[in-house]
Design a protein around this ligand. Structure first.
Ligand code: ADP
Ligand code: ADP
Length: 228
């Protein structure tokens, strides 16, 4: 599903954020990305949807070879890779419905398909009744659930979550995890960067620990492994 081979990223300020990293992730896996701040986790993740281009090495995500793909094909990749952020990034002037529909309109789905799917993903995150609300009328946890609904609306093969529980309390974080687990159980590959030791230690999955731009630990059913 995902394969990185000898990938490095040196930013123009001279910092090498990812250093000759190789990794393989199979379809349907749930993988935590852990490590200290500045270790290169975000850079690693951003290379999966071509937000960051590697300086060297190759990145394959699904059928897409990110090293050779044409710029005009990047939107196809972005359909295949859904992304969720710590700060939700919902569009404040659009309703819940419109936020999710918008993600589907840009890939030219028909209004009928969009309507059906928006309600389907809202049902999955348990927020069908909030369909007419605006983001600022929702709690943080609810906003994150909407962001997840939006990220999976186009049925991506991979869902990437960069610190999805970073702004949420423990109970709300667990709710988010239950939703991510369900999405994963339906076959979507999930990569989640996190500093949440409790989640990593309680809900066991593969753990990739990154330090200084390298994978220093790759453990099935792993633990968080840092002081929290
Ligand atoms: P690239 O080499 O991929 O073009 P840049 O080095 O141009 O990336 O960085 C993109 C933007 O991020 C620039 O505006 C840069 O100033 C800014 N930036 C610089 N340092 C950092 C940092 N430590 N964390 C996040 N962004 C940074
Ligand atoms: P993490 O997500 O683990 O905190 P990052 O990938 O954000 O790590 O950052 C890795 C290193 O690259 C850090 O030293 C950071 O300051 C630097 N960095 C991140 N983004 C940029 C950028 N756009 N331009 C320059 N340096 C960056």
């Amino acid at each position: 599903m995902i394969e990185m081979l000898n990938v490095s990223k040196k930013y123009s300020n001279g910092i090498t954020a990812v250093n000759n990293l190789s990794v393989k992730i199979e379809q349907g896996e749930f993988v935590y990305i852990v490590g200290p701040s500045g270790a290169g986790k975000s850079t690693f993740i951003k290379m999966m949807y071509r937000e960051v281009k590697p300086t060297s090495g190759t990145v394959q995500v699904g059928k897409y070879n990110l090293s050779t793909m044409k710029e005009r094909d990047v939107p196809l990749l972005r359909r295949f890779v859904g992304v969720v952020f710590q700060d939700f990034k919902l569009l404040p002037k659009l309703t819940v419905y419109e936020n999710i529909a918008y993600a589907m309109e840009v890939v030219e789905k028909s209004p009928k398909v969009i309507q059906k799917r928006v309600l389907e993903v809202l049902d999955l995150v348990g927020l069908k009744h909030k369909v007419r609300m605006f983001p600022n009328e929702l709690s943080g946890g609810e906003q994150q659930r909407i962001a997840i609904a939006r990220a999976i609306a186009n049925m991506p093969g991979v869902l990437i979550a960069d610190e999805p529980t970073g702004n949420l309390d423990p109970d709300t974080s667990m709710e988010i995890m239950r939703i991510l687990e369900e999405i994963n159980n339906q076959g979507t590959t999930i990569l989640m960067a996190t500093h949440n030791s409790q989640i990593v230690n309680d809900i066991k999955h593969r753990v990739l620990a990154i330090e200084n731009g390298r994978i220093v630990r790759d453990q099935q059913e792993g633990e968080y492994g840092y002081e929290s």
